[in-house]
Design a protein around this ligand. Sequence first.
Ligand code: PMP
Length: 394
Amino acid sequence: MRTSAPGLAARAASVAGSPVRDILALTARPEVISFAGGLPAAELFDTDGLRAAFQQALDGDTARRTLQYSTTEGDPDLRAAVATRLSGRGLVTGPDDLLITSGSQQGLTLLSTALLEPGDTVLVEDPCYLAALQCFAFAGARVVPVPGDEEGVDPAALEELVARERPKLLYLVPTFQNPTGRTLPPARRRAVAEAAARGDVWIVEDDPYGELRYSGGPVPWIASYEEAADRTALLGSFSKIMAPGLRLGWLRAPAALRRACVVAKQSADLHTSTVDQTAAARYLADADLDAHLVRVRSAYRERRDALLAGLPDALPDGSRWTSPEGGMFIWATLPEGRDTTALLREAVEHDVAYVPGAPFYSGPADPATMRLSFTTHTPDEIAEGLWRLAKVAR
Ligand code: PMP
């Protein structure tokens, strides 16, 4: 007689889900003003344009192709359209340099599969995008945080860690980072590229937010620096610029790594949904994504400004926060001794929410930090949410 089910793999048992998820589940109530989610604003989705694109993808005999199995690399029209957008922004890219992925999150999984042996060292930002930490944990990697400041990773610290830890891979969200909103300046990008070349390290440049810029000027991708060209995998996504439900992203990588990722993807899901890829390609051909992005940026800029304007009165004296030029997030640090995880329960009772900063750290956490997203509420709602937050935080 069995007394218990057979065991899980060690990695499944050891990688934890998020401890704050239970509390955040309470924020689904409509009366809650949530700065917690990492969601784009649903009311800004171009539903008419996407509906028309799906209609076309399933029109007449086209449907017999779009409902069929397809190649792992992805829809040629979609790859061509993405390549044109990347080239137009200064990174010369051909359709064959790209693999379409099921969201950029899958790109992270494929790269982990292709590059990491258990025990390999991965360098990350401190704090770092949570689901990337989970992905590296599943791969059995040793994750080491690189110290940084309000401009991102510190090149001198990186150089030292590369020499000491012999990492396999460096993972960065250099533009409008999740969770901090900060952007790595061009001089540091070059320094990162040089350090990676000297230390023989792969760079994963994750860029889901780069097209959401509200102020300041563009910065080059790390992938565009000559030193980094042969060792950088660039991840992109339609989640924040079109709609995350499409689950469409792309991976641009040197040939050998891209081929390894194609094989890894075959074993994961054969290919990304043909219908969704065809619809996205139709959308890019027939609709005007850039005009749509002008509308999205203008709404998000207002929302970012509303959050920044309200923070001085909402947070206790001595707090500080980032002023991101784009993306979706502001990172705030309350005075020393405050604990945002403990505070969250009280905040939720007052119908306002944020994400405590602690889970984003792979090393020692600063418990006084929090991530605030400004995308899903109007400026008036943001002001109201900050007023509620002030009642518990000040
Ligand atoms: N990378 C970063 C830094 C993110 O913030 C996200 C989404 N929150 C992703 C990757 C995954 O995005 P998607 O799979 O929807 O493209």
